[in-house]
Design a protein around this ligand. Structure first.
Ligand code: C2O
Length: 599
């Protein structure tokens, strides 16, 4: 038996020089030395039109490096205050509508043994194609014979912002990616096999170990942060190894700061292997990223977009990250259905940035705009390094608590290391960056000062609206407003410090083959457009397309204590919630307010 299983031959997966295709090459004509994208040929044959050829014209390199200062965070505030008291237990979470909450979230754990999640790597099944027929096939080489791995770094190296590194660094990183792309496809360190590792964990390639009929999915749950931390860890170690340089670290795309809110120039230089031509041509530099992108470009000035992004960062990192579950995502226990619910950062800006980079003229918004293909764009790893940095900031700057549940800590994943050997790692070994041998610089966080303001305080527009129970469950086809009762109002400062008031939207059903977005407003009568700098715009539900057609049922948390104070609505018995569909077909099962301990 061959140690490595080779990908199916129906998929032209080996890097092939463009000249061997009779199809008109879309991309490489102006840069013949550049790497061919092994998946490109497949997709070309599936395209309706080649009109977007210009999207892949070589972009003139912009080697200008923006200088950046590394001031220490003088203005940083401790948002959560780390306490060791109060172990985070789901069973203690209940206040308010306890019974309901218990029946949905806790029942699973109480009725079965507590079990961490692991992949069953011996039974990878191919999600063979996307919902519109593009081949996927992402089971990586066999991981048989894996060993357990515990990191114990002796040195700590600092990852740097992608827009502020030296020309030599860019050359070095690009040569690492070149080397990864040049490895044989049977080598799991090959760049496109690394992309497959992401694909297999997101398109339900592996069952959960011990639960053959339950698929493993590392998005939309509390596994999101640790899985991606480990993924980048091994990707970085493969780079270090191929460069023969232990000091090398991955760059991060600092989209949370105005200096980094466009595609970093290193990824936009067609002469480098960091380039990917399958991106939205309208979003190349100097376009400012929309961190809350929902598929439509806002007709606003770039400076206003920067302001919106600043408010989005405040909302997602501060307001919406006030409990460990809201930040990390909902518990995924062994034997449970995937997708219990994404955390704040996974939802926005993580999914939005993916969607914003992907090319809407591709069948599934490839590469970045669909999870099965996202890892084929080198910018993925810089995007995720910044997502990982948000966890670093949550932990080390805001001093908020990590999850302490043993089911989270003992969940495990299997990756390929720098020696191309399969290794099994646990979530608990991902929480200490010093042991992993890297850290992030302490940069100013301008978004700490971007708290959204109320458009109008004290508005109580609940009178004529139906109750939530009268409209749920519902297919969300047009904006719908309804009243949600609050189990408690006017809580004391102490009560608020102990528990967050959480609006939870449950039973959100859709097909993961496509991107789905809806906006959520509180006490707002003008819901034509959401404005991240207005407190009435509570946020959005955003689920990024996976590729493969799969039914999903999930939930989304919105922390509302701070928002209701800002809106002058803390003394009201109920709030008016409006859901506005923006993209994709979705059904909503129910909605409730609960009180969730902050630590
Ligand atoms: Cu695993 Cu950004 O996705």
């Amino acid at each position: 038996m061959a140690f490595f299983s080779l990908p199916s031959l129906t998929h032209p997966i080996h890097p092939t020089p463009v000249s061997s295709f009779s199809l008109k090459p879309l991309i490489y004509s102006s840069s013949p030395g550049f790497f061919s994208h092994p998946f490109r040929a497949t997709r070309v044959t599936n395209q309706k039109s080649h009109a977007e050829a210009s999207t892949c014209k070589a972009q003139k390199a912009d080697h200008h490096q923006n200088p950046s200062t590394y001031d220490s965070i003088s203005s940083s505030k401790s948002k959560c205050g780390k306490t060791s008291a109060g172990k985070f237990e789901r069973r203690d979470v209940l206040l308010g509508l306890g019974g309901l909450y218990a029946a949905t979230t806790l029942g699973t754990k109480q009725s079965s043994l507590a079990l961490p999640v692991s992949p069953d790597i011996f039974n990878c099944t191919e999600a063979t194609e996307t919902r519109n027929g593009i081949p996927i096939n992402c089971c990586p080489p066999s991981a048989a014979g894996y060993n357990d791995y515990t990191p114990s770094a002796s040195e700590v190296y600092t990852r740097m912002p992608a827009h502020a590194v030296s020309h030599d660094y860019v050359k070095k990183y690009s040569s690492a990616i070149t080397k990864m792309k040049n490895l044989s496809m049977s080598d799991p360190r090959n760049f496109y096999q690394q992309a497959n590792v992401h694909c297999v964990y997101c398109d339900e390639g592996y069952p959960q170990l011990g639960f053959p009929d339950k698929k493993l999915e590392i998005h939309s749950s509390w596994l999101f942060f640790p899985w991606h931390r480990w993924y980048l860890y091994f990707f970085e170690r493969i780079c270090k190894n191929l460069l023969d340089d232990d000091t090398f670290t991955l760059p991060f795309w600092q989209w949370d700061d105005s200096s980094g809110m466009q595609i970093p120039s290193m990824f936009n230089d067609s002469k480098l292997s960091l380039y990917d031509c399958i991106r939205n041509p309208k979003h190349l530099p100097p376009k400012v990223v929309d961190l809350a992108y929902n598929g439509t470009d806002l007709p606003i000035d770039p400076n206003i977009q920067i302001q919106y992004n600043c408010c989005t960062m405040y909302t997602q990192m501060i307001t919406q990250s006030s409990t460990p579950e809201c930040f990390f995502g909902q518990p995924l226990l062994g034997g449970n259905d995937p997708d219990p619910g994404a955390g704040s950062i996974e939802n926005i800006p993580h999914n939005c940035v993916h969607d914003w980079v992907g090319d809407p003229s591709q069948p599934n918004n490839e590469d970045m705009g669909v999870l099965y293909a996202a890892g084929r764009d080198p910018i993925f790893y810089a995007h995720h390094a910044n997502v990982d940095r948000m966890w670093y900031i949550y932990d080390n700057v805001l001093k908020c608590k990590n999850i302490e549940d043993p089911d989270w800590l003992n969940s495990s994943f299997i990756f390929f290391n720098e020696a191309a050997r399969p290794v099994r790692v646990t979530v608990k070994d991902s929480t200490n960056l010093a042991k992993l041998g890297y850290t992030y610089p302490d940069l100013p966080l301008s978004w700490l000062d971007c708290k959204p303001k109320a458009r109008r305080r004290g508005l109580n527009p609940t009178k004529s609206a139906p109750k939530a129970s009268e409209v749920m469950p519902m297919q969300l086809e047009k904006p719908v407003s309804f009243v949600v009762e609050r189990p408690k109002k006017s809580r004391s400062g102490k009560e608020k410090a102990e528990a967050e008031e959480v609006l939870k939207i449950k039973g959100i059903q859709f097909d993961k083959g496509e991107t789905v977005v809806f906006d959520v407003f509180v006490n707002e009568d003008d819901t034509s457009q959401s404005n991240p700098c207005k407190a009435e715009s509570l946020g959005s539900f955003n689920s990024l397309a996976h590729g493969h057609s799969m039914k999903s049922t999930t939930s989304q948390c919105f922390a509302i204590s701070e928002v209701l104070e800002e809106l002058g609505a803390d003394d009201f018995d109920s709030i008016l919630v409006t859901l506005v569909p923006r993209r994709g077909a979705v059904t909503i099962g129910g909605i409730e307010i609960t009180f969730v301990p902050k630590s």
